[in-house]
Design a protein around this ligand. Structure first.
Ligand code: MOS
Length: 733
């Protein structure tokens, strides 16, 4: 099929992603693809030991390489004001104070940076920098260290956990998940360009330009507006772009030192320890159930690893206050500092981890009780209200989602006893799990420009990390005004544009569509108002019936060409801005986005190979703004879930204190060949209170529940209850 002839480009620009053609034709510019006059290159030199102090750094030999401009390290750096003292470092909450400490916290920590006129010179010179260390004791083994770290209360205790009904049946089990990395296709990169001493421009890969602006301007004691951040195209994030990482500051420092623009792109191996990851985790679950199949209580304990310099808590037990009425509830958490780089949020952060334990435990309990796991869930789902704060859900169609999913997978074919179905050497099994996530909405702004030529430009500072921010904006504008989609241009990811927060936590779409909806209304109102100075009768008409095209305004039987409109009003263009966010009405409701995940697996008796025959995701994300983008989002998340369940684990070598195989040959992601065609269904009923469009973000919930659905199917197939991820063949056999 020829995708790129002119007629198809027309069709794709009308139906597909607004940025799709720019991306697939290479026209879209990612952070590392900008080229500035006089630009040079920075390469980081990583620590070769996991713990200790830097005693000396020899740069003389490296300095002799052609093209080397500067080699920056702890001993010679220009101090960044926000990291000038230990107190300031603490206040900054920046994480690793790159080049502002001589302490080594992990292997791979940047200890020097070479800046040269070519990438090759910088890379070669970096290999010649000699660092001498005083090594000290370290610990990188999460499973060894976590028993020494005590748990602490996380959230309030409901009821008295010691007073469970004595007739109750219990399940009590432990669960572990190994570290998982994000690895968006586009590697993190920053180009820093100082204009004088107090104005900075950053081309940077991130999930929120204003977060970068705020962080870097604070570190340099500058007004935020002096730091311009551009992230027009972003090739995936999964959470890795929600924080500002040390390499962004490193590039900024480099550009200041050499007084030229500097590009710093992480290498693929550096991505494993420079931009966060889902931490290793341990969980213990105890659930009680009475003779009426009602849960009587839950104790959920969780620990995740963090870095010594950054106490990141993944909030693993949060999800246990969201899905079910547990009655008595006690949740405890702890973070376990190791000599590793800092973890961070990764798709479905906390909840994907916590949900794995809860949904596997409930499944296990259902087998003990000898009842259908769907039935046990249905008896206990918190369908009307948030079980933690008692607020009514704005909408929650999880019961319908479960019903649809069960039908789609053929749940009635499932044998209730494990190991009951075989096809040759393959054991067949079915499993399911529920996933939920707090549905959020943030304040967001957008503006528009309409020209007499019929070009409409929509703008916001929000980035589009591949989820379809711009496309959703076009969809909403088109639906509200009738303006043809292919005449709407979108500008995103620039800190000078109308402010919007990070694209993360499934809040991007639900926030920005509110602003665009308001903008579309203001647009129609203002066109009508202006129009009524030309046609007096328009004063009496309702703005809702105005239809705008790229050539004319149409309302009732009236039509006014854009050309005429702008001419008569003597306007060069029309400009408007709108800001919209959650109002006080919102406080009356609890918001959730939910999904039912179903899986059919085949497990090979002799090799332990797992083949996923079917994966069904039924998602209640309110109204779906763009079905194609939404389906893509869930398919991507489903593959993330397959990776989490079966493949992904970042190995750590405790003898060397290092990551093992930090490359894409040694770390296995799920690719298309690792899964079936994902069956995605949306409930597609509007949430009446989240925003005017009734649309919730679905980025997280696509992965929350996928891994336990797979693990539960593997149990049904094999009778092996595996409580540690990933479920590799050695654990099955
Ligand atoms: Mo996601 S962890 O909200 O980028």
């Amino acid at each position: 099929m020829a995708f790129f002839d002119e007629t198809n480009i027309e069709r794709f620009s009308n139906e597909g992603r607004v940025e799709g053609i720019a991306k697939v034709t290479g026209k879209g510019k990612y952070a590392a693809e900008y080229d500035l006059p006089q630009m040079c290159y920075a390469v980081l030199v990583d620590s070769k030991i996991p713990a200790g102090k830097i005693s000396s750094i020899q740069t003389e030999i490296a300095q002799q390489v052609d093209g080397v401009l500067e080699i920056i390290n702890y001993f010679n750096k220009q101090t960044v004001p926000g990291l000038a003292t230990p107190e300031k470092i603490k206040e900054s909450k920046f994480g690793l104070p790159i080049f502002h400490t001589d302490t080594i916290y992990f292997k791979g920590q940047p200890v020097a940076m070479v800046i040269a006129t070519t990438l090759e010179d910088a890379t070669y010179a970096a290999s010649l920098v000699e660092v001498k260390y005083q090594a000290s004791e370290y610990e990188v083994d999460f499973h060894k260290k976590h028993p020494t770290v005590p748990l602490q209360a996380a959230g309030k205790e409901n009821g008295n956990i010691e007073n469970w009904n004595p007739t109750t049946k219990f399940i009590e089990q432990e669960y572990t998940i190994e570290m998982e990395v994000h690895h968006p296709m586009e590697m993190h990169a920053t180009i820093a360009h100082w204009k004088g001493n107090d104005r900075l421009r950053l081309f940077d890969k991130n999930q929120g330009v204003l977060t970068v602006q705020k962080t870097i301007s604070a570190l340099y004691d500058l007004p935020p507006k002096n730091v311009e951040v551009i992230s027009e195209f972003v090739g995936g994030g999964f959470g890795s772009g929600l924080k500002v990482w040390p390499h962004v500051l490193a590039a900024t420092m480099a550009a200041k030192h050499v007084k030229r623009p500097v590009k710093l792109m992480l290498t693929r191996p550096q991505m494993f320890y420079s931009v966060g990851y889902r931490p290793s985790s341990w969980q213990k679950i105890k659930i009680g159930v009475d003779q009426n199949l009602k849960f009587t209580g839950l104790i959920h304990q969780a620990k995740n690893n963090c870095a010594i310099y950054d106490p990141f808590n993944d909030r693993i037990t949060r999800v246990s206050r969201l899905i079910y009425h547990f009655g008595h509830l006690k949740t405890e958490e702890a973070v376990v500092p190791l000599n590793l780089a800092a973890p961070t949020w990764k798709r479905g952060p906390g909840d994907a981890t916590g949900d794995f334990a809860i949904e596997c435990a409930i499944d296990e309990l259902s087998y003990h009780l000898n009842i259908d796991p769907i039935k046990l869930r249905k008896m206990n789902l918190a369908l009307d209200q948030n079980p933690d704060n008692g607020l009514q859900w704005s909408s929650n169609f999880i019961a319908e989602a479960i019903q649809i999913g069960a039908k789609k997978i053929g749940w009635n074919k499932r044998k209730p006893q494990p190991q009951a179905e075989k096809e040759g050497d393959w054991q067949i099994g079915y499993g399911m799990a529920v996933g939920m996530w707090h549905a959020g909405r943030q304040q967001a702004s957008a503006n528009l420009t309409l020209t007499p030529q019929g070009d409409l430009i929509l703008r916001t500072a929000m980035t589009d990390i591949g989820t379809g921010t711009g496309t959703a904006m076009v969809n909403v504008m088109h639906e509200s005004t009738g303006f043809p989609k292919n005449r709407i241009k979108v500008e995103l990811g620039h800190s000078d544009l109308p402010p919007a927060k990070n694209q993360g936590g499934s809040t991007g779409l639900s926030s920005i569509v509110g602003a665009v909806h308001l903008l579309a209304e203001d647009f129609k109102k203002s066109l009508l108002k202006y129009g009524s100075t030309i046609h007096k009768e328009w004063e009496k008409l309702d703005f809702n019936s105005l239809q705008v095209t790229d050539t004319a305004l149409n309302i009732d039987n009236y039509s006014l060409t854009l050309e005429q409109f702008f001419k008569e009003l003597e306007l060069e263009k029309l400009e408007l801005e709108a800001t919209s966010g959650p109002d006080s009405e919102r406080e009356k409701w609890a918001f959730v986005v939910s999904a039912a995940h179903f899986c059919k697996v085949r497990v090979h008796l002799l090799t332990g190979k797992v083949v996923i025959d079917q994966l069904v995701a039924v998602v209640d994300g309110g109204s779906i703004i763009n079905p194609k983008a939404a389906e893509n989002q869930i398919i991507g998340a489903a593959f993330g879930g397959i990776g989490m369940a079966l493949l992904e684990e970042q190995h750590v070598d405790s003898k060397l204190g290092t990551l093992v195989g930090h490359d894409l040959a040694g770390y296995h992601f799920a690719v298309n060949a690792d899964g079936p065609k994902i069956d995605v269904t949306f409930i597609n009923k509007p949430d009446p209170y989240i925003n005017p469009n009734g649309a919730k973000g679905i980025g997280e919930v696509g992965i929350i529940g996928t891994a336990p659905a797979i693990a539960n199917a593997i149990y049904n197939a094999t009778g092996k209850r595996i409580r540690s991820l990933p479920i590799t063949a050695d654990k099955i056999l």
